[in-house]
Design a protein around this ligand. Structure first.
Ligand SMILES: [Zn+2]
Ligand SMILES: [Zn+2]
Length: 239
């Protein structure tokens, strides 16, 4: 893989993040298979993870000149107040996210949480984190909720509680392959949030934001339940 996409500081951050406890254990890099010691990803693959530029729309995290609110958000503001994301959902990050989500590579939640924690370190803290809920049927099928896995690890790093304040009422078909209108229809009324959101500042957490429809619908449900300030935190953003 070619290198040089990332700054040295991010490289060293990721080195730090991808560090796992079993020092001295050699294992294949999850991306390229090269043997690495005590880490999940080799340095070369680390350096290639696609990061979002520093200048992003504060509302949706898309790259935006000057870090100003983007045209799409000016036209229609999301239901959340702000969005933070670390990576572009592009190769090879997409591979890692899919491994985390569908192949039970839950240990990948750790570097994702670490990267998010670094991004969020200087920002105001919410009262608690709410992971994007999975429908119970989907949870049974998959065995775990990757958003919850990341939320727990992020909560530990930021010293923030994680609350299951929202539930998914309908087992909606996967969003992938649907156009924007269909995504919105698919999700209408899909979530409900309990009274713990009333008066709270919350951060909704998901692994990937594509159209933003899921997080937007979840934010609407949280708002109906009385949340006063809503952030969206995601590992990766589709551009
Ligand atoms: Zn590698
Ligand atoms: Zn925007």
């Amino acid at each position: 893989m070619k290198g040089g996409l990332l700054s040295n500081s991010l490289g060293s951050l990721l080195n730090n993040c991808l560090h796992i406890l079993q020092m001295g254990v050699t294992q294949p890099c999850v991306l390229c298979g090269a043997r690495v010691q005590g880490r999940l990803i080799c340095s070369a693959c680390d350096a290639d993870l696609p990061k979002l530029p520093a200048q992003r729309c504060p509302l949706c995290a898309r790259p935006a000149p000057g870090g100003l609110v983007c045209g799409a958000c000016l036209k229609k503001q999301p239901a959340f107040e702000r969005c933070e994301a670390v990576y572009v959902y592009d190769f090879p990050l997409d591979v890692l996210i899919r491994q985390c989500k569908y192949h039970g590579a839950q240990e990948l939640a750790e570097p994702f949480a670490c990267a998010l924690a670094h991004r969020l370190a200087e920002l105001p803290r919410p009262d608690f984190i709410v992971p994007m809920p999975l429908h119970p049927a989907r949870l049974r099928e998959r065995g775990f909720n990757q958003a919850l896995e990341i939320a727990h690890r992020l909560g530990a790093r930021l010293d923030l509680p994680v609350r299951h304040a929202c539930q998914r009422l309908r087992n909606t078909p996967p969003q992938a392959g649907l156009d924007l209108q269909a995504r919105k229809r698919n999700l209408r009324g899909a979530f409900t949030c309990d009274e713990s959101s009333a008066g709270a500042r919350i951060a909704l957490l998901d692994d990937v934001m594509t159209s933003g429809s899921s997080l937007n619908e979840l934010a609407r449900a949280a708002r109906r339940a009385g949340a006063v300030d809503i952030s969206a935190w995601v590992v990766a953003r589709t551009l």
